[in-house]
Design a protein around this ligand. Structure first.
Ligand code: OSB
Ligand code: MG
Length: 368
């Protein structure tokens, strides 16, 4: 398979509602779409980096340069044996998994289309319906948070994740638990705590959370192991896990009981599958995380979630929770049972709304 053209597009999409985490508030997404052309077909990927280097070190503007100057030239006009080999072509780049992963995912989509197969089957997925949860950001008041949770539970979502940070943690989780004693509930701190906060985090054990996600530093597996030894609640690692080797080390150290796999964070489908396989071998369940994706990234997350060891509801939810209008048609929809059904369409499975993409494109560059 040979790629002869790569088009980068930066699109801007305002969120229906701001999304706030411990590292800040997002009101508009700036994401890069990667379109690869080769063998008479095209494939699409999305770069999941944030607008600022606050979740991890990547951000939209850096990703653009990495793709344009380093990643794309390594893939263009090169005879790829398969999409599974695409990540190797850019593996000499240190870090920048999200930039590399957007390109890699586009190549998988292209390969699936050339084979006339749905992407989820092409990557080895086994389930035709995935379980969905929601991630609910920090709100201006606890009342607002409770209202939002009510809405999502009523919509059928199978588990609720709330964001926490110092000052918005134990009391908030207690209030949620009092109102919703039965729901599957978890909390995500996005690295807002230090090991010296262990006693505070230990208080969360009282609320039988499914897990606490990434409480400590984004790059510190060792302290998570020390924390996990003191908590009943399973730790779930997100930011810390950038590849299968790190997953293996974290599991070996008992730093976590669960891992969140994000396609971009690990650099694409090939590495995501390796992380998945390592976790399965060690009986560590995984689920698919999200990065406020447009329909393209969302569709890739759906495909990823069909792999066998995605045993817990993920952060893959309906387009309308984020966008007034998504860039795919139909938009991603969730059943009243809190699931998303996959289909038999080739590639990532949705139609692109090219008119709308054109309208919201802030810059475009074709390489090759
Ligand atoms: O840590 O999972 C996270 C959004 C932006 C950055 C980091 C995270 C998130 C989410 C949202 O939790 C998940 C989603 O619904 O896309
Ligand atoms: Mg997270």
């Amino acid at each position: 398979m040979r790629i002869n053209r790569i088009t980068l597009r930066e699109i801007r999409m305002p969120l229906v509602h701001f999304f706030e985490t411990s590292f800040g508030r997002t009101t508009e997404r700036r994401m890069i779409l990667v379109e690869v052309e080769g063998e008479g077909a095209t494939g699409w990927g999305e770069v999941t980096a944030g607008e600022n280097p606050f979740y991890n070190e990547e951000w939209t503007d850096a990703a653009w340069l990495i793709l344009r100057d380093y990643a794309a030239p390594r893939v263009l006009h090169y005879e790829l044996r398969s999409a599974a080999d695409a990540a190797d072509r850019t593996a000499h780049i240190r870090g920048h998994q999200m930039a590399r992963g957007g390109l890699e995912a586009a190549i998988w989509d292209l390969e699936a289309r050339l084979a006339n197969r749905p992407l989820w089957r092409h990557i080895g997925g086994t389930r035709s319906e995935i379980a969905c949860g929601v991630s609910i950001g920090i709100q201006d008041s606890v009342e607002q948070l409770l209202d939002k949770i009510t809405r999502e539970v009523d919509a059928g979502y199978q588990r609720i994740k709330i964001k926490i940070k110092p000052g918005w943690d134990v009391d908030v989780v207690r209030a949620v638990r009092e109102r919703f004693p039965q729901i599957k509930l978890m909390a995500d701190a996005n690295s807002a705590y230090r090991l010296s906060d262990a006693a505070r985090l230990k208080e969360l054990d009282a609320f039988y959370l499914m897990m606490i996600e990434q409480p400590l530093a984004h790059d510190d597996i060792i302290d998570h192991a020390k924390l996990q030894a003191r908590l009943e609640t399973p730790v779930c690692l997100d930011e810390c896990i950038r590849n299968a080797h790190m997953a293996e080390q974290a599991i070996g150290m008992r730093a976590c009981g669960i891992i969140n796999i994000k396609l971009g964070r690990v650099g694409g489908f090939a590495e995501a599958r390796r992380v998945h396989d390592v976790c399965r071998e060690h009986n560590i369940p995984v689920w698919c995380g999200g990065m406020l994706e447009s329909g393209v990234g969302r569709a890739h997350n759906i495909a990823l979630s069909t792999l066998e060891n995605f045993l817990l509801p993920g952060d893959v939810s309906a387009s309308k929770r984020y966008w007034k209008r998504d860039i795919v048609t139909p938009p991603v929809e969730v059943t009243p049972q809190g699931t998303i059904r996959t289909g038999d369409n080739p590639g990532f499975g949705y139609e692109l709304d090219r008119d709308y993409i054109r309208q919201i494109t802030a810059r475009e560059e074709t390489l090759g």
